[in-house]
Ligand binder design. Structure first.
Ligand SMILES: [Cu+2]
Length: 361
């Protein structure tokens, strides 16, 4: 039965919903108004000071209750959802282990600060509420205190930032010499991958040559002979245990190669190639066993809201053994050959790659 928009009587249902919604809002306002008025009368009867102290006491108890329930809630959520995060799987790249360590240190430091400040905040509002037995102590300035609460966070943050920079320079710096190079190009809304052929060199590109209609969606310069053995595919294959260097491009807006399993990410910026390298630790098949998920696949999630189809920018990375990789690579036809002999294109599709004529728009 059709119950969605356009179904008979749908207009009636939505107008009834609107009516109830407005009625509820009005009644809530009336309720608040009545409570406020009632408490005003109570304070007149009891005397203002007495009723203020009573309100303070109630608020104090509520704040302590909020603290306890809040802490239990935070613990409970963690217990419930921790297994669903990517933490228990461990980092799928060697370098990502450093990121996880940093993440844990950051969580530990901020967690301790969070606990101390929240307990003090709520406990103090209860403990030091208005009382006739004591008077508040005022001080306008305290150098020791200023130094302490400026110095300690400054030192802690410096340590965190220095470690962050150290790893950042490592992952974005020179990749190991035996690295495999994969060029990733993002566009609205998909990822394209290009691999150098036997020569190990990616052919030059020129954006003016971009022409999906002529089998050249990436704008490769065919005049550069290094491009003649390069392959262009829609799925990324990498070898387990071998460092992979990503050369990241974008053809339109800023995208982001987000690699949650490998704990890496890097923006794809039009006109400015960015790089990143990491070493995959486990093959896709091994991850299926580790996660107990037969459908597991490493993914690239675009980490920049890049337009209407942003959600669909999911790339798949297949991590495999050298043998499997060699077999896959040998089955690929160079993009140059495909572009020059368009009739041959459908043949290569049997290996699982999609046709190249997909528009980049
Ligand atoms: Cu994107």
């Amino acid at each position: 039965m059709n119950l969605g928009p356009g179904a008979p009587g749908w207009n009636k249902i939505t107008s009834m919903n609107d009516f109830f919604l407005i009625a509820i809002v009005i009644m809530v306002f009336l309720l608040i108004f009545q409570i406020a008025k009632a408490s005003e009368y109570v304070s007149v009867l009891k005397g203002e000071e007495k009723s203020r102290k009573q309100t303070n006491r109630i608020n104090g108890f509520l704040l302590v209750g909020f603290l306890i329930l809040g802490l239990i809630g935070a613990w409970w959520c963690n217990d419930l959802y921790y297994e669903k995060t990517l933490f228990p799987q461990g980092s799928a790249s060697v370098e990502g282990e450093n990121i996880d360590t940093m993440m844990w240190i950051t969580i530990a430091v901020t967690g301790v600060v969070f606990l101390i400040t929240q307990v003090l905040l709520f406990w103090f509002s209860f403990k030091y509420q208005e009382s006739d037995k004591r008077k508040a102590y005022y001080f306008t300035h305290n150098n020791k205190l200023e130094l302490l609460w400026t110095g300690v966070p400054a030192i802690v943050l410096t340590v965190l930032v220095v470690f962050g920079l150290k790893y950042w320079f490592k992952f974005t710096g020179d990749a190991p010499k035996d690295s495999q190079v994969v060029e990733i190009t993002g566009h609205q809304f998909a990822w394209e991958f290009r691999y150098p052929g036997k020569d190990g060199v990616l052919g030059k590109k020129n954006f003016k040559l971009t022409s999906p209609e002529h089998g050249n969606p990436l704008g490769v310069d065919w005049a550069d002979e290094a491009s003649h053995d390069d392959i262009h595919v829609q799925q990324m294959h990498v070898v387990v245990g071998r460092p992979v260097k990503l050369v990241i491009n974008s053809q339109d807006v800023i995208h982001d190669v987000g690699l949650p399993h490998f704990r890496m990410k890097m923006d794809a910026v039009p006109g400015i190639p960015t790089t990143l390298w990491f070493t995959p630790k486990w093959t896709t098949e091994e991850m299926k066993v580790r996660t107990g998920n037969a459908n597991f696949s490493y993914e690239i999630a675009c980490d920049q809201i890049c337009g209407k189809g942003h959600f669909s920018m999911r790339g798949v990375i297949i991590v495999e053994t050298q043998q499997e990789y060699d077999k896959w690579f040998a089955a690929q036809q160079p993009e140059y050959v495909k572009a020059m002999t368009p009739a041959a294109a459908p043949k290569a599709d049997s290996t699982g790659t999609k046709p190249l004529a997909i528009s980049t728009k």
